[in-house]
Design a protein around this ligand. Structure first.
Ligand SMILES: *Cc1c(COP(=O)(O)O)cnc(C)c1O
Length: 370
């Protein structure tokens, strides 16, 4: 039995009719760039995130960048983030003109280590970007407390955490601003590129709305130098349809995680993900730790089970960030995790039989002498 890492087709087939109708409506209205279908999605996504406002933008990287610019962060500033994130978090910091400063992560949640965050603060630090990695929120109460004490803005990178919770509070609603990606493989995925910024801040949302549309206060009146970071109409329509299914899909992911956890429990050396006591994890990624990780991935691939690694190289060891001058050994927790983590197939349409197939493969691998 084949177990792909991700199966976007299975989900499309379950909502084909609704999607067809939604796309037709956009065509009939010729509302392609921004417009009413994006506005409709924003109206529904803001309350979903327990926020006052949502602004649709071109992608998750745009969301982070426009949030940073909207908060007035730029050249000469430093922004602290976790070293084991997808590169977009750091790219957006760089694009704003600020310098990314990396910190290590917690050994069990793989999210920002609060003490490491506080230790990295300098007089140039202006903001912190906790990343809710794999679908589990970072420890937001201490992070926001430290940020407030040092006069820093807190920007949540919630690109992997649509609908995730921290003591009942939704991802994106706790910091000053929350940023989402709707890249097709995310828990809420567009059929193309899209992202959003959520916030309760009326002034900030004004700036971000202007910035995403060439700094226009009204048509051809440019109050600031902005950019084109608009979401397109088709994505607004698709996301509105898919948002209506998200809670059911999240529940399916959580059930899959529970089954994986039960089946993996007896296997020596394999460490399933841990849901923190404060968290509702939405399992964007189901990452376990396993010895002989690379050999395990190859073994499973031969059995038609496809895994991934999130992420094999922490950002401070990427060639792109060599100019920042970090050395190997700077972030031991993230570095060790990068050598041992493997992400098993995870998507709502996964079947129990498929999950059993994955775990049977894992068992067989560890029963075979190395
Ligand atoms: C996907 C992702 C992004 C970037 O989103 P895009 O829509 O691809 O630009 C940023 N941060 C994290 C943590 C992500 O997973």
């Amino acid at each position: 039995m084949k177990v792909p890492f991700l199966d976007l087709k299975a989900q499309y087939e379950s909502i084909r009719k609704e999607i067809g109708e939604a796309l037709d409506a956009v065509l009939e209205a010729t509302a392609f760039a921004g417009g009413p279908f994006v506005a409709k999605f924003e109206e529904e996504f803001a309350p979903y995130c327990q926020c006052k406002h949502a602004v649709g933008v071109g992608n998750g990287t745009d969301a982070l960048w426009t949030a940073l610019v909207g908060l007035g962060i730029g050249p000469g500033d430093e922004v602290i983030t976790a070293v084991n994130t997808f590169i977009a978090t750091a790219e957006a910091i760089g694009l704003s003109g600020a310098k990314p400063v990396f910190v290590d992560v917690d050994e069990t949640t793989y999210n920002m280590d609060c003490a490491a965050f506080e230790a990295a603060i300098t007089e140039r630090t202006r903001a912190v970007i906790p990343v809710h990695l794999y679908g589990q929120m970072a420890d937001m109460d201490p992070i926001v407390e430290i940020a407030r004490r040092h006069g820093l803005k807190a920007i949540e990178d919630a690109s992997q955490a649509h609908g995730a919770e921290y003591d009942g509070r939704r991802a994106g609603s706790i910091g000053d601003v929350g940023c989402f990606s709707f890249y097709p493989g995310k828990n809420l995925g567009a059929y193309g590129e899209a992202g959003a910024v959520v916030t309760d801040d009326d002034e900030l949302v004004q700036k971000i709305r202007m910035f995403r549309d060439h700094g226009q206060a009204k048509k051809y009146h440019h109050a600031m130098i902005g950019w084109n970071a608009r979401m397109d109409g088709f994505q607004g329509a698709v996301l509105t349809v898919k948002l209506g299914h998200l809670n059911v899909w999240t529940e399916a992911r959580r059930q899959h995680a529970q089954l994986y956890g039960e089946l993996l429990a007896g296997i020596e050396g394999v460490v399933p993900p841990v849901e923190a006591s404060y968290a509702k994890h939405v399992y964007h990624v189901y990452a376990v730790r396993a010895p002989r990780r690379d050999a395990l991935i190859e073994f499973l691939k031969e059995r038609d089970v496809f895994c991934a690694i999130h992420y094999p190289i922490p950002l401070h060891l990427q060639d792109a960030y060599a100019p920042l001058g970090y050395k190997k050994g700077a972030f031991p927790v993230a570095e060790k995790a990068a050598e041992e983590i493997v992400s098993f197939p995870m998507y709502p349409e996964l079947t129990h039989r498929q999950i059993e197939t994955v775990v049977e493969g894992v068992k067989e691998f560890f029963e075979t002498p190395a």
